[in-house]
Design a protein around this ligand. Structure first.
Ligand code: PRP
Ligand code: URA
Length: 209
């Protein structure tokens, strides 16, 4: 069964509060999403593999550690996932970025895939799939289906706000994919929005609607 991590770091929780606030405008919303993505990534990378190297300081030779060079791929679900990419690349500038375009049909709430572009060496990479919202779970489940179909084996999913329904759908469909969340909310409403959530993440990021 996939593990679910809810980040309770005070800085993350503080920023999530302002992200939720309906009075937070587009510019500030975008900046906060970027900052939370960086902070979450810092936590998620805690188990990255290291290797020992020798380095010469101005004083002496030292044994020290560097990342062992496992290839990473960041995959935002379009549109809203794009808002998390730069924050992640601040920490991991060498990661490659793929894109999966999905939108939720407003009537059926079913995901519709319209674009996929991934790094060519999919099978060799560890992937972090990102989207601010995990609501019914349909989009994340479909994006992971799409990644696995193309050869991805090791995938983590990172989102800002999740509904219990989405977490359950993910655990049923992809028990091998761990989920990293900043806020686990109460429920979905009749339109499939997370309650209390933050509204429509794409619209708030890009100033549409
Ligand atoms: C939002 C969000 C997720 C999806 C979550 O995208 O960014 O991708 O809904 O809902 P689900 O868990 O029920 O599938 P949306 O479909 O609004 O597209 P957009 O990012 O292009 O606005
Ligand atoms: N997508 C959003 O952007 N917000 C929600 O609450 C649910 C799905």
């Amino acid at each position: 069964m996939a593990k679910v991590y809810v980040f309770d770091h005070p800085l993350i929780q503080h920023k999530i509060t302002y992200i939720r606030d309906k009075n937070t405008g587009t510019k500030e919303f975008r900046e906060l999403v970027d900052e939370v993505a960086t902070l979450m990534m810092f936590e998620i990378t805690r188990d990255m593999a290291l290797e020992e190297v020798e380095v010469e300081t101005p004083v002496a030779k030292a044994k020290s550690k560097i990342l062992s060079g496992k290839k990473l791929g960041i995959v935002p679900i379009l549109r809203a996932g794009i808002g998390m990419v730069d924050g992640i690349l601040n920490l991991l500038p060498a990661a490659k970025v793929g894109h999966i375009g999905l939108y939720r049909d407003p009537a059926t709430l079913m995901p519709v895939e319209y674009y996929v572009k991934l790094p060519s060496d999919v099978e060799e990479r560890d992937f972090i799939l990102v989207d601010p919202m995990l609501a019914t779970g349909g989009s994340a489940v479909a994006a992971i289906d799409s990644l696995k179909k193309r050869g991805a084996k090791n995938i983590k999913f990172m989102c800002l706000i999740a509904a219990p329904e989405g977490v359950e759908a993910m655990q049923m469909a992809h028990p091998d994919v761990d989920i990293y969340i900043a806020g686990l909310d109460e429920k979905l409403n009749e339109k499939g929005y997370i309650v209390p959530g933050l509204g429509d993440a794409g619209d708030r990021l890009f100033g549409t609607k």
